[in-house]
Write a protein that binds this ligand. Structure first.
Ligand SMILES: *Cc1c(COP(=O)(O)O)cnc(C)c1O
Length: 453
């Protein structure tokens, strides 16, 4: 059977449940710890931070399939199912016998997969009768996705945007404002934690860890508000499993068995969501394939970090998570893939990696942009710098197949589009982009400050 360029699903074939890979993991991800007591967060404690249903999802290590509420499924239908594309043109250009597929999540205004979890988190906040939510955003995709979800449901949305991005990406800001969100550059003088950071580092361009602290403090100080996070958490991976479930349904339709599945890894949500159903098969002994996380060489949490309890934010007010981390004080170099500049990693992805179920590689940004350009020229999509990390490794694996003559099925997650990243493309086109590899000393100095748990 000839495989079409784009494999679409019918509305009726769309998943009605999310898949929770934790249910099939023998070694469960370690629990979040309360920073005040260093004891596992209880449902009650977590419900002070997140809304109740999301706190339940965060703690649920046992239920494999969790129904997607009808309202969320209806919202998904606006922009899902997303296509699984056979990259025939790229294969031809590379002259590889490999079959390359990508799951394209960039077909919505947020320009990324983040809307999959934004609508779920906003929905549960609405059901609980909350007035609004606060959050952080780096490159702006998560803030945009959450703004879209909140405006759809009539919730207020306050976004703390990392200051460098706020200044570099004014158009992102305008998209969020169009959806009615209020945007504050972080660090700001609107929170105690922001004022303290500004006092110590007046010139700082901010970081995700710092914006998280400000968003949490703001939610805590307002009646009827909760904080929401766009990645890292178990609940976010659960919502993002829609990516992997759709991918698997599409592949099953044509009896395609993936040999290699690749995703870029910032906090691990798209990667975790894409690989979940396949990791489940692996864990249950039903199938085997390689699962590869790709991270920037400048922010190498899986490949050079430590598997340990750490704070999720710079202000050290969030629960602690056991994960591969570079230390919550680590200030990643300002590479252009803003969505991958995070010191830690999802605890699910971390545990799968620690148990040898996954691999990880890091790549320099100039090589990433070379791959982005190569892809854009034949596949017709301008990829986000984050997504292009996965493209890089997919191309590298396809070129290996060219050497060996193997007809492997390679699947990667194309998480989003790069229209707000044209400054980065300009630097690349002008030959002004450089790579940054942190020294062992730099990483060791940051890891030395890990909390004693
Ligand atoms: C946020 C983002 C990422 C990285 O986040 P994960 O949680 O690791 O998935 C990757 N690609 C795009 C386009 C993003 O917006």
């Amino acid at each position: 059977m000839k495989i079409p360029y784009k494999i679409y699903l019918e509305e009726s074939e769309m998943p009605k449940e999310w898949y929770n890979v934790r249910a099939d993991m023998k070694n469960k991800p370690a629990p979040l710890l309360n920073p005040a007591t260093m004891q596992p967060m209880t449902l009650d404690e977590l419900s002070q931070v997140f809304c109740c249903e999301l706190a339940r999802q965060e703690l649920d290590d046992a239920t494999a399939y969790i129904p997607i509420p009808q309202e969320i499924r209806d919202f998904y239908k606006m922009y899902r199912p997303s296509p699984l594309v056979r990259a025939y043109c790229l294969e031809e250009k590379l002259e590889t016998p490999a079959h390359i597929y990508y799951k394209f999540e960039g077909n919505n205004t947020s320009g990324s997969h983040k809307l999959n979890s934004a609508i779920a988190q906003a929905y549960y906040a609405k059901m609980q009768g909350l007035k609004g939510v606060t959050t952080e955003t780096g490159a702006g995709q998560w803030g945009t996705a959450l703004s879209m979800a909140c405006s759809y449901l009539g919730l207020d949305c306050k976004v703390f945007m990392v200051k460098v991005s706020y200044e570099q990406k004014p158009f992102r800001r305008e998209v969020m404002r169009t959806y009615g969100a209020s945007i504050t550059p972080s660090p700001s003088d609107t929170t105690a934690v922001g004022r303290k950071i500004l006092e110590n580092h007046p010139e700082t361009g901010g970081s995700l860890g710092c914006a998280i602290s400000e968003a949490v403090e703001t939610a805590n100080s307002l009646e009827g508000y909760r904080y929401v996070l766009g990645s890292v958490l178990n609940q976010v991976l659960l919502h993002q499993s829609i990516i992997g479930l759709e991918t698997k349904i599409a592949m099953d339709k044509y009896n395609i068995k993936p040999d290699i599945i690749i995703g870029c890894a910032g906090g691990g949500s798209n990667l975790g969501g894409l690989i979940s159903p396949f990791a489940g098969q692996k864990l249950r002994g039903e199938a085997d394939m390689r699962l590869i996380a790709v991270e920037p060489e400048s922010c190498p949490s899986l490949t050079r970090g430590k598997f340990a309890y750490d704070f999720c934010d710079t202000g050290m007010i969030c629960p602690l998570s056991k994960m591969y981390t570079l230390g919550s004080n680590y200030m990643p170099a300002s590479i252009h893939a803003g969505g991958l500049r995070y010191h830690g990693m999802s605890s699910v992805v971390s545990q799968l990696y620690a148990d040898g179920l996954m691999e990880a590689v890091s790549v320099p940004q100039t090589k990433v942009f070379e791959a982005a350009e190569e892809f854009a020229r034949v596949e017709g999509i301008l990829p986000a710098p984050e997504s292009s990390h996965a493209i890089r490794v997919a191309i590298d694996e396809a070129l290996k197949c060219k050497e060996t003559g193997e007809e492997k099925n390679i699947v990667f997650g194309l998480t989003g589009t790069g229209y707000f990243d044209l400054y980065a493309y300009k630097r690349f086109n002008d030959g002004e982009m450089s790579d940054y590899v942190p020294s062992d000393e730099e990483i060791a100095a940051s890891l030395a400050k890990l909390p004693n748990v």
